[in-house]
Ligand binder design. Structure first.
Ligand code: GUN
Length: 300
């Protein structure tokens, strides 16, 4: 069994990005600038967003964190999105989800300028991804593709089972793995909460990608000998022995499954850091795109 080390790989990607930022700085170009909107005080979201901001600092990007109270109205949040859309200094931005229940996430996603949508969540960018056009691919699936690429995992003609059908991970992931690309060219099955024979289907996977959000959901009976297992899940489980009061668990029962796998991602240190590296790559791309189009908001 070999670990797919997302932490190490993301460090390599960040070093490559930092070099590109140094070159931009040396020629007096604009330093890429990522903004993040964080609504409320959800502990996990705070950690994710803080890590995104820290990663920006690490590669030399500028970053702006916009914090809003969880009582913020939908209209106020939409106004903030509009402000960032029109701020030429910001190359790309994200609105961390989940949002409080009184805010319509789809409405917010639709309000983000697709050319600044470095999360790749907008219908325009999802549509471009479906058609195989250049676009921002959402950070988690893109990070997984990059991890498979950098470890030279052979995906051609393999059976890839994607567990979960979320807009952010499962759906784009299944599409990317089926494309005529490398990695890609897999035969993909997507399974979800209503699937019959879940264990049997998972057991037929050469590549098993799990994004269902249930701690330790995948057990050894669901894994083929020699499978490549990618674990997207991050659940906080109460743990009184830790100062934080919790420990992180993936969707895969790592200890029980690891010896069956040819490759497996750990949690933490697998997909999570790759998601952040991917977001930075998208931000760099956003800046290139804006330079090409010299796009500016009409009300600026
Ligand atoms: N919440 C969990 N993952 C993500 C992500 O990749 N982007 C945003 N905006 N919110 C998230």
């Amino acid at each position: 069994m070999q670990i797919l080390d997302g932490k190490l790989t993301s460090e390599q990607i960040k070093a490559e990005i930092a070099e590109q930022v140094s070159a931009i700085r040396a020629r007096g170009g604009k330093i890429p600038h990522l903004a993040a909107i964080l609504v409320g005080n959800d502990g996990a979201s705070e950690t994710y967003v803080n890590n995104k901001v820290l990663a920006c600092e690490r590669v030399g990007f500028k970053s702006t964190l916009v914090r809003m109270d969880d009582s913020v109205s939908e209209a106020e949040l939409l106004a903030k999105v509009d402000e960032l859309n029109c701020n030429d200094e910001i190359d790309g931005f994200i609105v961390q989800v989940p949002l409080p229940k009184h805010i319509d996430e789809i409405k917010v996603t639709l309000a983000i300028d697709p050319e600044k949508d470095v999360d790749g969540f907008s219908p325009t960018n999802v549509g471009k991804m479906v058609l195989g056009l250049p676009t921002f691919i959402s950070a988690t699936p893109n990070g997984i593709m990059e991890l498979l690429r950098r470890y030279n995992i052979d995906t051609v003609g393999k059976h890839c089972v994607v567990v979960g059908r979320s807009n952010i991970v499962g759906t784009p992931m299944s599409l990317l793995m089926s494309r005529n690309t490398n990695p890609g060219n897999s035969t993909v099955t997507m399974v979800h909460s209503r699937t019959h024979n879940m264990a049997e289907i998972c057991r037929s996977a050469d590549i098993l990608i799990v994004a269902i959000g249930k701690a330790n959901f995948v057990t050894p009976d669901m894994v083929k000998d020699g499978a490549v297992v990618i674990d997207v899940g991050v659940t906080r489980l109460p743990d009184v022995t830790r100062p934080s009061g919790f420990r992180l668990a993936g969707d895969v029962d790592f200890e029980a499954v690891k010896d069956k796998c040819s490759f497996i991602t750990p949690v933490p240190g697998g997909v999570g850091p790759m998601t952040i590296a991917s977001l930075l790559q998208n931000t760099l791309k956003a800046q290139d795109l804006r330079k090409l189009q010299e796009k500016s908001c009409s009300n600026n």
